[in-house]
Design a protein around this ligand. Structure first.
Ligand SMILES: CC(C)(COP(=O)(O)OP(=O)(O)OC[C@H]1O[C@@H](n2cnc3c(N)ncnc32)[C@H](O)[C@@H]1OP(=O)(O)O)[C@@H](O)C(=O)NCCC(=O)NCCS
Length: 167
């Protein structure tokens, strides 16, 4: 159904050795990037699930994307989903998001939430494609801008037309 403009994306749990590359991508991707300390604390947080997407380029694994989500009692919060600027518009975020949704579903998650800047059209379009809908607005959540809180119900897959992450 979707364009695949790369092959061989491996998605693995994020490890300490990934953090140099993760922090570099984070710093060029956000006005208020997470610090290395934040990522280290996520790696040590039992409710946190951090994944790294790696491409094999010239025989070497290159960190192309990462995600961080929390799962607590059937509810998930997608906190971070980022793709290296050089590898955007290749379908990598789609792959990583689908992987996360499958992972959450297997962990009996009913609802997934996330926050996105109102102006972040790229992310909003991606999330909407996977069935996320705007739940409410957190005004000036980012200081300079509102956050849209988006949500997706995973509970009733048979009624959902948004089964893109299911094989
Ligand atoms: C948002 C982000 C994760 C998308 O990653 P990506 O790998 O480029 O996304 P994909 O290639 O999987 O795109 C999937 C679809 O999302 C939409 N999309 C992605 N980037 C877009 C853009 N810049 N403009 C419009 N639509 C876009 C398109 O519908 C796209 O499908 P198409 O390429 O077939 O048209 C990436 O731009 C990024 O890391 N941005 C900075 C960090 C960020 O904002 N993260 C989200 C925080 S909530």
């Amino acid at each position: 159904m979707h364009k695949e403009r790369f092959s061989g994306l491996k998605i693995l749990p994020m490890i300490d050795e990934d953090l140099d590359a993760v922090v570099d991508i984070e710093n060029v991707s956000y006005v208020r990037p997470w610090s290395r300390k934040t990522f280290v604390s996520e790696l040590n947080n039992p409710i946190s699930h951090a994944f790294a997407g790696k491409l094999n380029i010239d025989g070497k694994d290159v960190l192309a994307a990462y995600s961080v989500s929390w799962i607590v009692q059937g509810e998930a919060h997608l906190l971070n989903l980022t793709v290296h600027p050089d590898f955007r518009r290749m379908g990598i975020a789609r792959k990583l998001l689908a992987f996360n949704l499958r992972f959450m579903e297997e962990d009996a998650v009913g609802t997934v939430f996330l926050e996105v800047r109102r102006s972040n059209d790229a992310a909003r379009i991606l999330y909407e494609e996977y069935g996320f809908r705007e739940f409410y607005v957190r005004e000036k959540y980012y200081g300079d801008e509102d956050a849209l809180v988006m949500g997706l119900e995973l509970e009733d897959p048979l009624k959902s037309p948004y089964s893109l992450w299911r094989d």
